[in-house]
Design a protein around this ligand. Structure first.
Ligand code: NFS
Length: 627
């Protein structure tokens, strides 16, 4: 067992944190300490700011209106969940509009890269009659956008993707949703003053938002991005701040929707293709946009949500260009220490002190070139004496495990029955179970400690691990995404399965954990689980699987959690959301939910206790299935 104190943190991040401190750049870690020290108990209070009788701070019994502590806490949780769901629905809306424009022929910078996936979505959504791919694109986009806005009727995407058994259960429990936006409006409505004061009703409302997040946010995002930018295939890239090249012009693409990043990468390729241009432009990814371009374009990955200021602190970044979400406004302060330009591009996501160049899909190529020119012109302002990149090699990472890629690889193991290849190994115990480890990284404890130790414990015990989101960053810094034929730290029987899959596919090895993409690609996880459940002819909640978000921080993680539990998955979270002051709410989330959905939340910060519990749950499910 490795304690927090003994955990060897990524030395690159460690070095850069020290450097940032010396330069007077405050990073997320400093701000965390400062704010947390001041409001140590805040997360455990029940505070209501809904009406002007209040605010009712640290409510012991009831607020001024008579709302109990339990209701206040449930209501606040619905509010956070709605914010999270709105982020993914916003993503779905933006990408739906892009697909529509491509279909109509007005967004010429993009094209339909995957007609097969388009056709699958088209038919899956119940559409017919279109003749050309462009017509299909318009119809798919309209269906997705209609899913976001319809006042009545279930979203087509939910009908298409969720298993029949789940749909029936959700209908029985009264949480089958209509359009994403009306659902979010109703969630806001139910938490207005004098409205819903029934804890269970409120929390079932949060479950609805989980479905909204998935079927009106994550699924549309993944599906359309695959159609426009290609379905990810296995790819090898380099990770960590050390991919920043002091000899080149460095541009960071940051955010969540790869639409702008695609144009920037294209413009950089164009620039680099001219031999007269020197130094070259080095485009690097950050947060989920980084994951999107690493999965599909093999772009190296510079860092996660916690490393934003540190990347700038190298002094070697000419341009950081952001789209939406997970951008710490503090990057502008960090950039002010150097020549670095920060550019925002979404009208809903501006930062004071940054330059705003609004993204316009009709002019995507032009904007991409404009941004690259900006970076090139800014290079002369770089002070080389202020440049410092720690002297370590970047890490190797294999990614690209889309559902399609996984199926294709398994098909080589068992031709004609790829899911069977997985199911056989689950049945015979070579794969003890599957854990989806997802979400962010937090400044709460040693950088990556919880995630990395949990992953190590799981793979050691033959649990196959699939990853999405920023947890993959720290996993890669500890070489858990590096293919190594000796499978270090991987349980023997799991290593044998991975080796067999690798051999069948002409690969030297698979990485110890399989990276499936950005947070919206959690939708891929359901695809895999649905396929396994169908093959075994059981419900998802019967499968030997678990989900874990050991270090979640964003609101988006909360609806994702509700969706996972509503699917019937045992879902671990590393930190209590702001609900601890209500025993009733905690009990409902960590206990009562199981009776309703077959899944529940489990809260534990310690990675070893978490792994033990996940293994216990998986073993129990195996026993119940008689395998
Ligand atoms: Ni996910 Fe992407 Fe990272 Fe967390 Fe933010 S980047 S959507 S929310 S911090 S994993």
């Amino acid at each position: 067992m490795i304690t927090k104190e003994k955990f060897v943190v990524d030395p690159v991040t460690d070095e850069m944190r020290k450097r940032a401190r010396k330069l007077g750049i405050r990073t997320v870690w400093e701000r965390f300490k400062e704010n947390h020290a001041r409001s140590k108990d805040a997360p455990f209070q029940a505070t209501c700011m809904t009406c002007q009788q209040g605010p009712c701070v640290d409510v012991k019994r009831t607020g001024v209106c008579g709302m109990s502590k339990d209701i206040i806490i449930a209501k606040n949780l619905v509010s956070e969940t709605a914010i999270g769901a709105s982020a993914h629905v916003g993503h779905g809306k933006r990408i739906g509009n892009i697909l529509r424009g491509v279909g109509e022929g007005s967004f010429t910078a993009y094209s339909i890269k995957e007609p097969e996936k388009l056709d699958m979505a088209y038919k899956g959504l119940g559409l017919s009659g279109a003749e050309t791919d462009r017509e299909k694109a318009v119809e798919v986009a309209d269906a997705v956008l209609d899913d976001l806005s319809k006042l009545t009727g279930v979203p087509r995407m939910l009908v298409y993707r969720a298993l029949a058994e789940r749909k029936k259960l959700w209908e029985e429990k009264g949480i089958l949703i209509s359009g994403g936006c009306p659902e979010i409006m109703e969630a806001m409505n139910r938490i207005a003053m004098g409205m819903d004061a029934d804890m269970e009703n409120l929390l079932m409302g949060a479950c609805r938002l989980g479905l909204v997040d998935s079927y009106c946010g994550m699924y549309p995002a993944t599906t359309i991005q695959d159609i426009l930018f290609s379905v990810p295939k296995l790819v090898q890239i380099k990770t960590n701040l050390t991919v920043i090249n002091p000899e080149e012009i460095n541009v960071i693409v940051h955010g969540h929707i790869p639409v702008l990043a695609d144009a920037v990468v294209g413009a950089a390729e164009e620039y680099n293709a001219d031999p007269a241009n020197s130094p070259k432009v080095n485009v690097l990814g950050m947060c989920c946009t980084g994951m999107e371009v690493l999965m599909r374009k093999g772009v190296d990955y510079a860092g996660d949500i916690l490393q934003q200021e540190l990347a700038i602190a190298t002094g070697a970044i000419e341009l950081v260009v952001v789209d939406i979400q997970c951008t710490q406004p503090a990057i502008v302060d960090a950039a002010n220490h150097f020549h670095t330009e920060v550019v925002t591009t979404d009208p809903m996501s501006k930062i004071e002190g940054a330059t705003h160049i609004e993204f316009d899909a009709e002019r995507a190529d032009e904007i991409g070139r404009e941004l690259i020119t900006m970076a090139v012109d800014n290079y002369i302002n770089r002070d080389q004496t202020k440049v410092y990149v720690p002297n370590y090699e970047p890490h190797d990472m294999m990614g690209g495990f889309s559902t399609e890629q996984i199926i294709e690889a398994l098909d080589k193991v068992k031709p004609g029955d790829p899911v069977g290849a997985l199911v056989d190994n689950i049945k015979n115990g070579n794969i003890r179970g599957v854990a989806a480890v997802i979400g962010c990284v937090t400044p709460r404890d040693e950088y990556g400690y919880r995630t990395v130790e949990l992953l190590r414990e799981l793979i050691k015990n033959d649990i196959m691990v699939i990853l999405t989101g920023c947890v993959a960053t720290v996993a890669s810094y500890h070489d858990l995404l590096k293919p190594d034929p000796s499978y270090p730290g991987v349980g023997e029987s799991l290593a044998d399965v991975m080796d067999a899959i690798a051999t069948a596919n002409g690969l030297e090895a698979l990485p110890p954990c399989l990276f499936m993409g950005a947070c919206v690609d959690n939708s891929r996880i359901e695809e895999v689980l649905n396929a396994v459940a169908n093959h075994l002819n059981v419900r998802i909640d019967q499968l030997p699987v678990a989900a874990s978000a050991p270090e979640y921080i964003a609101e988006k993680a909360i609806p994702i959690g509700f969706w996972a539990v509503s699917l019937g998955i045992f879902t671990h979270i590393g930190d209590q959301p702001n609900v601890a002051a209500s025993k009733r709410v905690v009990k409902w989330l960590t206990d009562d939910m199981e009776e309703i959905f077959g899944g529940k939340f489990y809260v534990e910060a310690d990675p070893y206790k978490t792994a033990k519990k996940i293994i216990e749950v998986i073993d129990e499910k195996r026993r119940a299935l008689g395998i």
